[in-house]
Design a protein around this ligand. Structure first.
Ligand SMILES: C[S@@+](CC[C@H](N)C(=O)[O-])C[C@H]1O[C@@H](n2cnc3c(N)ncnc32)[C@H](O)[C@@H]1O
Length: 210
């Protein structure tokens, strides 16, 4: 399974999550990023080039060496300096309140202890800083959610630990971030794919201490 997870899954992700539709959603997720940005689960760098001019640098956290290799061409063409600063979103090397923004796309489904990772996101964001997320997760329809729970054990094994049934906005709010407007809807596709296509696009703010 290690060969599949380490050498094949990052290539599948790179292909499957770079369609025109998904790239349009990525652009929306990157809108409003500025200053010093941390991207958790950088993958093959599919968000590179979508960041607004206000972004000064990107620190990337990515455990997969193949993902990082696949991002080489995109990084080389980047206007913004990008540095791989860590391997695990659950344990960030960064000091407290170091980032103006944190970006996560299709990563909160995969990090084993997502609550820990979100606590780290909150810790490293400066007060007033924003967390931008584009994620798939728990569907609002009971029937689809039941299927998500049924499929989850296989999904986790086949797709590098990916969970289908995480309620992303609730997890973000649970970390103490103020969740703003969230676009939550199924992406286009056949009904049978609904366990995989329910997505969340939104931002959350680390509020200034009262
Ligand atoms: C489905 S891929 C998405 C990649 C990329 N964010 C994108 O939008 O294309 C999930 C990513 O999460 C990364 N990941 C897995 N465990 C992680 C962890 N503990 N900390 C940070 N990233 C992790 C994987 O290596 C992979 O790159």
């Amino acid at each position: 399974m290690a060969f599949w997870t380490e050498r094949v899954v990052p290539r599948i992700v790179d292909r499957a999550l770079s369609t025109d539709d998904v790239m349009g959603l990525r652009e929306l997720a990157c809108a409003g990023l500025r200053g010093r940005v941390l991207e958790i689960g950088f993958g093959s760098g599919l968000n590179t080039g979508l960041c607004p001019a206000e972004v000064e640098r990107i620190d990337a956290v990515e455990p997969s060496d193949l993902g990082w290799e696949l991002s080489a061409r995109r990084r080389a063409g980047s206007r913004v300096p990008i540095e791989r600063t860590g391997l695990d979103g659950q344990r960030l090397a960064a000091a407290d309140e170091q980032y103006d923004a944190v970006l996560s796309t299709f990563t909160l489904c995969t990090i084993p202890d997502v609550e820990l990772a979100l606590a780290e996101v909150r810790r490293v964001l400066r007060p007033g800083g924003s967390f931008h997320f584009l994620e798939h997760g728990r569907a609002p329809d009971a029937g689809v959610e039941r299927w998500q729970h049924r499929i989850d054990p296989v999904q986790r094994r086949v797709f590098g630990g990916c969970h289908l049934s995480r309620d992303i906005p609730a997890l973000v709010a649970g970390a103490g971030l103020a969740v703003g407007d969230v676009l939550a809807e199924y992406q286009p596709g056949p009904g049978v794919m609904r366990p995989w296509t329910f997505g969340y696009l939104g931002t959350a703010e680390k509020r200034l201490a009262a």
